[in-house]
Design a protein around this ligand. Structure first.
Ligand SMILES: [Zn+2]
Length: 247
């Protein structure tokens, strides 16, 4: 079954931090959502890739996503190669999402901004009708998998980057579940809790997550929100219905 919305990210737990509330909100509205993690998290300081896989499944259940998988691209070495683009093309053609969420294209972590460009270029390639017949690594899959597909819309989750979003999504009703999905990554938070007890560490993480969501919520005139950037202009049909107060 095709997806309506797919979020692509470099690492397990990126989506939970940047757009998990939006994914949950869309699932609650009846859309089929999914998460594609490019890496399996083997370079993480804490826990193994197997721990991360289990935790990612728990987080996916909390966010009510219909599909989640991790590719085998090396953690810490996400490269925009032809081979990696084809791996993403295969997923896009299989899932056929209308909307694709990518990480913002600039950032501190090379995996994050590389994932953004890799995702964009894969989305473009995925729409090329002739790609399949000329690529042995794509040919050989079933007809369904190789039928071209290009997402209609690409939006960029910009929470990791200090840029002004072009729009924010109100996640006030989803905030607690989104926070719970992040806390599902127990192996990430175990060591931080050592010595100081469980509550101060969680309280610190919660304060950070909450203040970011509050800030973007304030920009949109709601309590909690997640920020996005779109490269296209916004199209307005009815100027009487434009949200967000000016003065
Ligand atoms: Zn990351």
């Amino acid at each position: 079954m095709p997806l309506d919305l797919l979020a692509l990210a470099a690492h397990r737990d990126d989506v939970e931090q940047t757009c998990g509330g939006t994914l949950l909100k869309m699932a609650e509205r009846g859309y089929r959502t999914g998460i594609l993690d490019l890496t399996q998290g083997e370079m993480g300081t804490r826990g193994s890739a197997e721990d991360r896989a289990r935790e990612a499944d728990d987080a996916a259940r909390i966010l009510k996503v219909s599909w989640r998988e991790a590719l085998d691209i090396p953690d810490g070495r996400v490269e925009n190669t032809w081979e990696n683009r084809l791996k993403v093309v295969r997923v896009l053609r299989q899932l056929r999402p209308r909307v694709l969420i990518l990480p913002y294209w600039e950032g501190r972590h090379p995996d994050h901004y590389t994932a953004s460009v890799l995702g964009y270029e894969a989305a473009f390639l995925s729409g090329l009708a002739k790609l399949a017949s000329h690529q042995p690594s794509v040919a050989g899959e079933s007809e369904d998998l190789i039928a071209p597909h290009r997402p209609f819309k690409i939006i960029y989750a910009s929470l990791y980057r200090d840029v002004r979003p072009t729009f924010v999504v109100d996640i006030t009703s989803q905030f607690e579940a989104r926070f719970a999905s992040l806390m599902a990554y127990k192996s990430q938070f175990t060591d931080q809790q050592a010595g100081s007890g469980i509550f101060p560490a969680q309280a610190e993480i919660r304060a950070r997550v909450e203040s970011m969501a509050r800030f973007y919520g304030m920009l949109g005139g709601v309590t909690y929100a997640e920020p996005f950037v779109q490269k296209e202009v916004g199209l307005v049909d009815d100027v009487m219905a434009i949200p967000v107060k000016s003065i």
